[in-house]
Design a protein around this ligand. Structure first.
Ligand code: C2O
Ligand code: CU
Length: 569
């Protein structure tokens, strides 16, 4: 080989080696989201639904940790819309976060908005969804975040990966369901089906051809990335004859957790490994509601999909069906969720705040308000209107978004008096609570946090009107779930049992019925950050609030300026 050739070969080898050894530089991914109505037929009935790029569920976006995403959103529909990046922290840049009237005004029909989303430490599965009215019912999709180039999963590389998106379907128009629900003051009409990857499955009338099928090869391992995009229910999910191994949740890795079933909250994502190690056959996988409130009606149907092994054989008849916990089995729910643990290894260290500067104690309650309909009564208990609250504040969305009001110092949009403790203390989880305490205040109050405060927030579920699980979600952060327990929180005893070693890092946590859950986070992301129950009907009733996290002193600790095309109010 001549010298020139040798030099050339060595150089090429060197470049290849560099490419392998050096973690990849952040890449920018461009996407266009056209929000428009598209016709869809499920359960023998057709309607137009709001979609992104005509697809339902919407497009999955793929990227690596630390990448940048630019999404040009065009609203070609007839109603206002916003897009939220659930589980992406939007460091110093709440302008792209999406919740309407919290961080932006909605994108009006005919308008567009270019959202810039910079990933930080998220790795695993997160998702995007509409964050205006109830349009997220059909406007949602998964976001897959691979490890940085040159790094690996903390588990053996799966042979293949599949997204499993759980959804909820009403035969009627979702806006009509919302309008009716807001007018009646009662519970919303229950949905007609749950969906797996957009399909109800063959237990529903007229859905024989509408079943999602997942083909696997015997001996292989699959990574299933599950998103619960359902509106109003926590779900149980299981696959007949197969155990699954959870390896991640909410865009962070967990210690491997083996289970026969999963409990997954709306908003939550769960990544799990499925080993195709059973006799080749077809097996049902199924999901149905976990509903801990006693008296309310809910969609009690079961959605199915089929796991089918490739090969030449005749499937058994009937197909094996999974065992799912009963709809009100709170123990089954907490036995799963309470076993999640951070991976907490050398490559994935945890950073739980140990010295707490700010203790917050927030009750989460269902409430009742006077009906206030001029010519009809409400269909809530005793003719009242349902409401919901955090520390007895039932949140009212302002007309101008809070972020804009904060940034440009516009007065009169929100107050800064959100209480750090409940305005009145009672036996929160008692069985016969007086009706006096059931009324809530309708306010637009935020809680201001200084940069780098270390926060412990205890959610206390109450038994007002009806105790039920509340999947609480915080924007702009992931938090460590350091403890939970049934009954009332005891500030002297309960912290002694906190897990500060490997608590799971999540952005959505189900506070069990008549129980408390403690989370910790460090307020190091300046901005305006929404916090709410991810059951859509509870959000509509006001179970939400916002944090304003102030700028720090360093140049990298301040809000970045808004983009020029922020939607106008
Ligand atoms: Cu999944 Cu406020 O969001
Ligand atoms: Cu709730």
């Amino acid at each position: 080989m001549c010298l020139i050739m040798k030099v050339l070969v060595l150089n090429i080898l060197g470049i290849l080696l560099l490419a392998v050894l050096q973690p990849g530089h952040a890449k920018t991914h461009h996407h266009t989201f056209i929000v428009e109505e598209s016709p869809y037929t499920r359960l023998c009935s057709s309607k137009k639904i709001l979609t992104v790029n005509g697809s339902f569920p919407g497009p999955t976006l793929y990227m690596n940790k630390g990448d940048m995403l630019v999404v040009d959103v065009y609203n070609n529909g007839t109603q206002n819309i916003t897009i939220h990046w659930h589980g992406i922290k939007q460091v110093r840049y709440p302008w792209s976060d999406g919740p309407e009237y919290i961080t932006q005004c909605p994108i009006a029909p005919g308008a567009n908005f270019s959202q810039r989303i910079e990933l930080s430490d998220e790795e695993g599965t997160v998702w995007w969804h509409a964050h205006s009215d109830w349009s997220r019912a059909t406007v949602h999709g998964a976001v897959v975040i691979y490890p940085k180039n040159g790094t690996e999963y903390p588990f053996p590389k799966p042979d293949d990966e599949i997204q499993i998106i759980l959804g909820e379907w009403w035969k009627s128009d979702i806006q009509a369901v919302l309008d009716q629900f807001l007018a009646s003051g009662g519970d919303p009409n229950t949905s007609d089906a749950y969906l797996i990857n957009g399909q109800p499955g063959d237990l529903y009338p007229c859905s024989n051809n509408d079943t999602y099928k997942l083909t696997v090869e015997y001996g292989k391992t699959y990574l299933l990335r599950m998103v619960n995009a359902v509106m109003n229910n926590i779900l149980f999910f299981s696959i007949a004859n197969h155990q699954i191994t959870v390896v991640g949740t909410d865009g962070a890795y967990t210690k491997p957790l083996t289970s026969d079933y999963i409990t997954i909250s709306p908003g939550q994502t769960i990544d799990f490994l499925l080993h195709a190690n059973q006799t080749p056959n077809h097996y049902y996988m199924a999901a149905k509601a976990y509903n801990s409130a006693g008296a309310i009606s809910f969609d009690n149907t079961t959605t199915t999909a089929v796991l089918q092994y490739a090969g030449n054989y005749t499937p058994t008849s009937p197909l094996p069906f999974p065992v799912l916990p009963a709809f009100n089995d709170t123990n089954a729910s907490v036995n799963f969720t309470g076993r999640l643990r951070s991976l907490a290894d050398a490559d994935h260290p945890i950073d739980v705040p140990l010295n707490i500067s700010t203790n917050l104690f927030f009750t989460v309650s269902i409430n009742l308000l006077p009906c206030n309909n001029t010519n009809s009564t409400c269909t809530g208990p005793n003719g009242n209107r349902f409401a919901a609250s955090v520390n007895n504040n039932s949140f009212v969305l302002p007309q101008i978004d809070i972020l804009q009001a904060y940034y440009y110092q516009i007065n009169g949009v929100y107050g800064e008096n959100f209480p750090s403790i409940p305005p009145f203390v009672f036996n929160f989880t008692a069985s016969n609570l007086s009706t006096v305490s059931q009324t809530a205040n309708r306010t637009t109050e935020v809680r201001v946090l200084e940069y780098n405060e270390t926060v412990e927030l205890v959610f206390q579920g109450t038994n007002l009107v009806a105790g039920i699980d509340h999947p609480m979600h915080l924007h702009g952060y992931s938090f460590y779930v350091v403890g939970w327990g049934f009954g009332n929180f005891d500030k002297d005893k309960d912290p002694l049992n906190y897990n500060l070693v490997d608590p799971p890092l999540q952005n959505t946590i189900a506070v069990p019925k008549n129980a408390w859950t403690a989370i910790r986070f460090k307020a190091d992301n300046p901005g305006v950050w929404f916090m709410h129950c991810h059951l859509e009907r509870h959000t509509s009733w006001g179970m939400e609030m916002a944090f304003i996290v102030k700028d720090g002193n360093g140049t990298n600790e301040k809000l970045m300026p808004p983009p020029p095309d922020m939607p106008k109010c």
